[in-house]
Design a protein around this ligand. Structure first.
Ligand SMILES: [Zn+2]
Length: 400
């Protein structure tokens, strides 16, 4: 263990208080060194230091009011590189965002490269998609990059098994993830004691350090998921994530895993379901005890002309909206729905106007964040089962 001052030994990098519970669903407050976040929370994904298609002012506006966003270690490490971000004083300063940031470890991105990468005990070797150069990512490198980024929540470096991987292959991968989790923990602690964290911030009641989350793997094999959880909890983290879901397995399998794993996760720590999912996935996972989510769907689909609404998905390219004066979603209070019609949004999209992506992204994020607001309120008022039932029933309308 690195040397710690007395003050730091007593104080954690973040606090998590559960204030209401309805079944397995929890509503709480996650206090980070950059502010309080109400949970369950959806975190917009800011891959390359930008949540694509939306300005930070909008993310902070009452419309969206995102308390925390994601940054991707893999992308930022390759471009612009950590020297640029370190010299800017960390990722918060570089991008101009004072609220909380979570960075992933890069494990999932290099895993997604498929045949282009080689995994060994030491780490992962791959070719950069930016300039084709040979790169090497390991727990130690990932922790170093995330310290330079100065994110408030750091993710351990993991390996993901394919959603349908066999037991033997998954077990090998899961055990590697455990060994990498231990190496992540050690490297993280060393970097914190060396002062490598560029985002360090003195806050009353908190240590001012980065927080580190561990990741539970094991694909669809419940025995391996349980082992992975035990091993990860034994190492000890500030929060726990379920990784390796929504990677090609059936949706029923995903919920089977969440059903089994979430209630066994430490009750007093935040539980984060990585990379999931649609609005209905979020509501269903909250019902199983999940507190944190991230997904590219609202931004990515916004750019391809698809809107998420309280009455299901709506494809703005569809000719049926040509003269339609209604907003995307009559029950949405976002600035796009207050001002613009489906006909106008369709016109923008069909004309290739960049504003189409911007407006659809804005609405989609508003819908995701507002759904979570509704989830939190209903858990606090003891109405979550009713909220969940009505939410699901409305979604079948196909945007109509
Ligand atoms: Zn809207």
């Amino acid at each position: 263990m690195p040397q710690k001052s007395t003050q730091e030994t007593n104080q954690l990098p973040l606090k998590f208080n559960i204030e209401a519970q309805d079944g397995e669903a929890r509503a709480g407050i996650l206090t980070t060194r950059r502010g309080q976040i109400e949970t369950p929370v959806f975190m917009p994904v800011g891959t390359a230091g930008t949540v694509k298609g939306i300005r930070f002012e909008e993310l902070e506006s009452a419309d969206l009011d995102a308390g925390i966003i994601l940054g991707n270690t893999y992308h930022l490490w390759l471009r612009p590189g950590i020297d640029v971000i370190r010299s800017a004083g960390g990722l918060h300063r570089f991008i101009g965002w004072d609220r909380a940031l979570l960075t992933d470890s890069g494990g999932f991105q290099v895993w997604s490269l498929g045949a282009l990468r080689k995994i060994t005990e030491e780490g992962t070797e791959f070719r950069s998609h930016v300039d084709g150069s040979l790169k090497f990512l390991s727990p130690e490198v990932s922790m170093e990059v995330q310290a330079a980024l100065g994110s408030d929540i750091v993710m351990a470096f993991d390996e993901c098994a394919p959603g349908k991987a066999a037991h033997e292959e998954t077990e090998r991968s899961m055990n590697l993830t455990t060994r990498w989790a231990k190496r992540s923990r050690d490297a993280f602690d060393r970097l914190q004691s060396e002062g490598a964290d560029t985002g360090r911030l003195e806050v009353a009641g908190l240590s001012g350090r980065q927080a580190l989350f561990g990741i539970v793997q094991g694909a669809s094999h419940l025995d391996l998921r349980r082992q992975s959880l035990e091993q990860t909890v034994e190492i000890g983290f500030d929060g726990y994530a379920i990784g390796g879901l929504s990677v090609g397995e059936e949706k029923s399998v995903m919920f089977e895993v969440i059903d089994d794993v979430a209630p066994r996760m430490p009750a007093t720590k935040p539980r984060y379901l990585m990379g999931v999912g649609t609005p209905e996935d979020l509501v269903e996972a909250v019902a199983r005890g999940i507190d944190m989510f991230d997904c590219v769907l609202p931004t990515r689909n916004g750019r391809t002309g698809q809107a998420f609404t309280s009455r299901g998905k709506l494809n703005i390219k569809n000719a049926q909206w040509t003269n339609n004066s209604r907003p995307l979603d009559e029950s949405c209070r976002c600035s796009v729905c207050r001002r613009h019609s489906r006909a106008y949004l369709r016109h923008l999209y069909m004309s290739g106007e960049m504003l189409a992506s911007i407006l659809l992204t804005h609405h989609n994020l508003a819908f995701f964040l507002d759904t979570m607001r509704g989830v939190r309120q209903s858990i606090r008022s003891g109405d979550f089962p009713k909220f969940r039932r009505e939410f699901t029933e409305r979604l079948d309308a196909n945007g109509e």
